[in-house]
Design a protein around this ligand. Structure first.
Ligand code: BES
Ligand code: ZN
Length: 590
């Protein structure tokens, strides 16, 4: 099976790189990583081999004999970066690239000490999904490719390196003032899962297979919030079969991490905005854990098959939730998800091709068309398959699917074939073709009923008619209750209504980032000045795009708050990850 990835210059027919040895020096003074990458081919090759790069400075390429090889780098494409063409001698099995990253590398964020919790040490981290690995290593940057690797990283001696690999070992280095960490990744990964962080990082064990890493200031809180990780791991194995990555560790990141979580194998990255102090946001950890099967074992072949990663993972995340917290909790989560889906679909337009499960994204930037559609429409489709087949049969199907495709990358078509072979008749029964290839939401989408959800939404819908929650009752609402209620309120409220909500429920002082963000969208979007400072502070502390994007959109579109949006962005842009900065620039340009 060969398929060209629309987001990669490399052509795997020319030769597959099956492993890498990295020897990298991290230079905080110049914001550059300098070093060597040795690429090993799965079979001897000769002639041109194309690799993906972005903003890399190539210093030279050499054969395993040490002989210098010809190479050329093409002009930069805005979305894809630059193709690096290396001329391999006949029968080559490996070659080495001497290179440096740019201070603007799109995967990397270099943090000043002031942007960390401790405030004393700099920090560096990577975020490679979807197509940013090429800004860190010259590689075949397509999820169709897979490699194992070893990595030696040399960093200032007061800093620690952690990597999505087997735990590293530190050793002295020849360069004064530095030390080196050596890692090995025995399981083969697609390039978007390559990840590391450098900083003042410590850890605490949470179970036989899990440990949390973070800065010392955040360790206790993190260990408490995610104490149930081992229970989750067992629940996930129940759904999918054995966990094949040995350990499941995770890293709680500085505030500027642009996502809620990233499933980097053996070292999930998590936003600190999950540290609500009440364990109410741990579903993100369950989600990243579930990717250990759907995504990291069975990988989407291209970004057009992204729903295979995210749809199945949201489905699994909610199965884990059902297992740990019961059916009502799952229905509530599914119902919140459906609200988000409808909002995302409506903003694209119900007939937009971006609302299909399998997309056709040639020529577009994956960061730009990122949305909830593959997550929540994907979830509903998988849940529908589960209903149609019956749980027992579907559970057996999922385990077989994982086993069959483990450590490979598959297209939507391969999934459809497997479905037809293993659960004959089900695809027709649920009109799978319509779900996968057509826009919009088919009317046979499963509905998740929740009494509580209905009560809260009805209450919010009556707001304009003067309906108000009873203060004593609402003071006892769970974080999920508040999230639903706020999301169901009108997007702007009269100023006295904002004041009533804030006076009674102290929303501006909320520590739960989901509640806070939903509240600030309404209050600041309504021009309610008492929340302006809190909004400015939140947008300075947090780099998670889930919060930045709707908040900046609301502020930028409000007559009273447009200038505020510009001011806040001007003050904080330098502190955002390049991916987040790009996302907000697009909002403020349009
Ligand atoms: N793999 C994604 C994050 C991602 C997707 C990064 C595409 C870059 C490109 C991760 O698993 C994810 O989905 N995170 C969600 C959390 C989840 C509970 C929906 C997030 O960051 O909000
Ligand atoms: Zn995900």
């Amino acid at each position: 099976m060969s398929r060209r990835d629309p987001h990669s210059f490399s052509d795997l027919e020319q030769g597959r790189v099956q492993s890498l040895d990295l020897d990298l020096n991290v230079n905080f003074a110049t914001s550059r990583i300098e070093g060597k990458a040795t690429l090993y081919l799965a079979a001897p090759a000769g002639g041109p081999l194309d690799l993906d790069t972005r903003d890399l400075e190539i210093k030279g390429v050499s054969a395993s004999s040490g002989e210098a090889l010809d190479w050329e780098i093409a002009a930069e494409d805005d979305i894809l970066g630059s193709c690096l063409r290396v001329q391999l001698p006949e029968g080559a099995t490996s070659f080495t690239i001497d290179y440096a990253t740019s201070p603007e590398a799109s995967a990397l964020q270099w943090l000043e000490p002031a942007q960390t919790d401790g405030g004393k040490h700099p920090y560096l981290f990577s975020q490679c999904q979807a197509i940013h690995a090429r800004s860190v290593i010259p590689c075949q940057d397509s999820p169709l490719a897979r490699f194992t690797f070893t990595a030696k990283m040399t960093v200032p001696e007061d800093l620690t390196v952690v990597m999505a690999a087997a735990p590293g070992t530190a050793a002295a280095s020849e360069k004064p003032g530095t030390h080196s960490f050596s890692f090995e990744m025995p399981q083969s990964i697609p390039p978007y899962l390559f990840a590391f962080a450098v900083g003042n990082i410590v850890s605490q064990d949470l179970g036989p297979r899990s440990r949390v890493y973070t800065e010392p200031e955040t360790l206790e809180k993190s260990a408490w919030e995610f104490a149930d990780v081992d229970k989750m791991l067992l629940a996930a194995e129940d759904v999918f079969g054995p966990y094949l990555w040995d350990r499941f560790d995770f890293l709680v990141m500085p505030g500027s991490f642009p996502y809620g979580g990233m499933e980097n194998p053996r070292l999930t990255f998590l936003t600190p905005t999950l540290l609500a102090g009440d364990r109410s946001l741990v579903n993100v950890l369950a989600h990243e854990l579930a990717h250990s099967w759907t995504g990291n074992l069975v990988t989407n072949a291209t970004m057009d098959d992204f729903w295979l990663n995210e749809g199945f993972t949201v489905w699994a995340e909610r199965r884990i939730l059902e297992n740990l917290d019961g059916q009502e909790a799952k229905s509530l989560a599914a119902a919140i998800g459906r609200n988000g889906l409808m909002e995302a679909m409506n903003s694209f337009g119900m007939d937009s091709p971006f609302t299909q499960l399998q997309t056709d994204s040639k020529g577009s930037d994956p960061d730009e068309f990122y949305s909830l559609v593959p997550y929540e429409k994907g979830f509903l489709f998988v849940a529908l398959l589960e209903q149609a087949a019956g749980r027992e049969k579907f559970d057996a199907f999922i385990k077989k699917y994982i086993k069959h495709f483990s450590f490979t990358s598959i297209t939507t078509g391969q999934f459809e074939e497997f479905l037809n072979a293993e659960l004959p008749g089900i695809a027709e029964k649920v009109q799978a073709d319509k779900w996968i290839h057509q826009a919009g939401l088919p009317d046979n989408a499963p509905v998740f009923e929740s009494e509580r959800l209905k009560m809260l939404e009805d209450l919010a819908k009556g707001w304009s008619d003067g309906q108000r929650p009873e203060v004593a009752a609402a003071a006892k609402w769970s974080p999920e209750d508040w999230q639903i209620f706020l999301q169901a309120l009108p997007r702007t409220l009269p100023l006295e209504d904002c004041a009533w909500l804030d006076d009674n429920f102290n929303l501006t002082a909320q520590g739960n980032s989901e509640i806070l963000c939903n509240w600030l969208i309404i209050a600041t979007g309504s021009g309610y000045e008492p929340t302006f400072d809190r909004t400015a502070k939140f947008l300075g502390d947090v780099g998670r795009m889930k919060y930045l994007k709707p908040l900046y959109t609301t502020l930028y579109n409000g007559d009273k708050t447009k200038d505020l949006a510009k001011q806040i962005f001007a003050a904080n842009a330098g502190g955002y990850h390049p991916i987040a900065r790009g996302g907000i620039e697009r909002i403020m340009a349009g």
